[in-house]
Ligand binder design. Structure first.
Ligand code: 5GP
Ligand code: ZN
Length: 130
């Protein structure tokens, strides 16, 4: 994709702080991190989001997160777990599939702000889902 910033980063046309790379993915530091060590796992091929991406990228990315990235984040930064997330459609800023790897620390301020007033009760939602 010509105008995709993550494709440009992968091609080396834009700078990035890369901490891991293999034939399928590149892992960079988020320019605007939620916590220290907030990483983005990017496939080298352009896919839009989770609904578009090849299954092999999903499998490979999660394996690298579990077996390689988390041990590094834990050993070097002292995090105690990672929150994994993927935005798509509403809320996605960069339309090149990526997984956020957000290291978690005691007393960090990572939070989803649920607006309780907008929520329906659990049984109403369950009925819709069935
Ligand atoms: P999302 O698309 O999942 O909503 O968020 C995209 C993420 O990419 C954001 O957290 C933002 O900070 C990050 N980001 C946007 N532009 C750049 C960039 O040029 N370099 C890096 N390293 N991260 C970026
Ligand atoms: Zn792209």
């Amino acid at each position: 994709m010509n105008d995709c910033i993550f494709c440009k980063i992968i091609k080396g046309e834009l700078p990035s702080k890369t901490i891991y790379e293999d034939e399928l993915i590149k892992v960079i530091m988020n320019i605007n991190p939620s916590t220290n060590g907030h990483l983005l796992v990017l496939p080298k091929e352009h896919y839009v989001d989770i609904f578009d991406v090849d299954e092999k990228i999903i499998n490979h990315s999660f394996k690298v997160i579990r077996d390689t990235l988390y041990p590094i984040l834990k050993d070097k930064l002292g995090c105690e777990g990672v929150t994994l997330s993927e935005n798509n459609l509403l809320g996605q800023e960069v339309h090149h599939f990526h997984i956020h790897v957000t290291p978690r620390y005691q007393n960090d301020l990572v939070d989803f702000n649920y607006n309780k007033e907008l929520l329906e009760d659990l049984d109403t939602v369950l009925e819709k889902l069935q």
